[in-house]
Design a protein around this ligand. Sequence first.
Ligand code: ZN
Length: 469
Amino acid sequence: MNYIPVIGLEIHAELMTKTKVFCGCANTFGSERNSNCCPVCLGMPGALPVLNRRAVELTISAGLLCGCRISHLTLWDRKNYFYPDLTKAYQISQLYAPLCLGGGLEINGRFIRLNRIHLEEDAGKLIHERNVSILDYNRAGVPLIEIVTEPDIRSADEAVAFVERMRRNLVYGDICDGKMEQGSLRVDANISVMPEGSDVYGTRAEIKNINSFRFIKRAIEFEIKRQIGALENNGRVTQETRRYDAASDETFSMRSKEDAHDYRYFPDPDILPLFMSDEDITGIKGKLPEPPHSRFLRYTDAYGLSVKDAETILSERFMSDFFDAAVKIGADPKAASNAVRGELLRCVREAGSDEIPVSVSDFTKALALAAKNEITQEGLKTALSYMFFNHVDLETAVKANNLLISEDFELIGAVITEILAASPDIVSKYKDGNSKVFSYLFGQCMKRLKGKALPATINAELIKGLNEI
Ligand SMILES: [Zn+2]
C-alpha cells in the first residue's frame, strides 16, 4: 500500500529584542551562566511581569510578512507544567487569542497555510555535564514566537523548503537571527501517514527540537518510514513525543504526547489583555525592512538577474545587503552579482564567515577597474580574495599582487616570438589552414602573460605574429 505523509511544523524563533519579554534582563546569547537574571525571570514570589513592546512589534512583523490577520485584541495564558528549567512552573503563552492568525507561504507552487503565530517566553537551559546537571536561566524569559502550520506539508523536502523560506523572512525582517546552531530557531515536526486515497489523517508523532536543516530532512524521512513499518506490522502508530538522535539517525520515544487540555491553560491574571489599533498595526508595517520577496523581484525584474542568481544572493542576508549597497553606489548589477556569487561566496565558504569583510566602495571600484580593462578578470578575483582575507584596501591589494595591467608590447612580442619558435610543427599546421591549433598557441601565450596582458591584446598580437612568419 502507498502512504501519504502528513506533516505540520511548529517553528520556535527567539526574537531579536534587547531585553527579555517580561523583564529588563539582557537578551544575549553566550553570556556567563545565570548572569542575565532577575526576580521576574527567576519566578520569585511577588515579582510581576511587564510586557516588552518591541517583542509584540516583532511578532506582528512576522505575521505581516506571512500574510496573517493581526488580532486587535490579544490575551495571555498560563501553560502549567513542571520542569527544572521553568522557574514559575508555568509558561506565559497565548492559547485562546494569539497575536497573528491564518496566513501562509507558497512553496514551489503549493500554499502551506499557517494556523497562528503567538508570543511566549522561552524556558531556561539544562546542561548535562558528566555527573551533574547545570541550570542556566539566562534564556528564561527570552521572547519566543511559535509559528504553527496546518498539516499541509507532504514531504521532508517540502518541510525543509518551508523552514528555509520562513527563516529568510525572519532574518530579513530583523525578527530573529535564524542561528539554528545556537538554538535561536528550533523546529518541532508533527508527522503522520495516511493510505493513498484516504482523507483521514493517521495518528501523529511529534519530533521535538530539531536544530538543523539536515536533521529536519533526516528525522522526517526516518519517521515516515518508521510509521509505515509500524502500520504494516501491527496496524497502529502511538501518539507520542519523540526525539531525533543525529548520531544514530533515528527517532526515539520520549513520552506519550500530551494534549492542550493537559496543561490546564488559564488566563494570566498578571498581564492585561492587549489592544492593537489599526494605526498601531499600520505603524509597524511602515517600519518593516524590505522583505526578501520584493528584493527578489527587484533583482530579477529591474536588474535582469536570473532566478537562480537572485536566489543565491538572497540565500544569506549579509550577501544581499552587500550587493544592494554596491549597486546603490553605482556598481553594475550583473558584474556585482557575478563577483558576489563567485569569488566572494567562495571566500565566505572557505572562511566559514557570516559577513563580507571588504569595503563596499573598494569592491565597487575593483569592478570598475575590471570593466575598464585596467585589471583582468583573474586579477579582479585576486583583489577580492586578498581584500577579504587580509582586511586591506583595494590599492594595497592591487599593489601587493601587481595587478594593474601595463601592457608592455615589447614583452608581449618577445613571448609570442619565443612560443612560435618553439612550436614549428604547429605553426606550419596553422599555415596549412588548420585553424584549430590557434587555441593551443593562444593558451600557451595566456599562461605566460597572465595578468600582464589582456586576452584581446594577446589574440591580436598572436595573429600578427603568425602572419609575419
Ligand atoms: Zn529578568
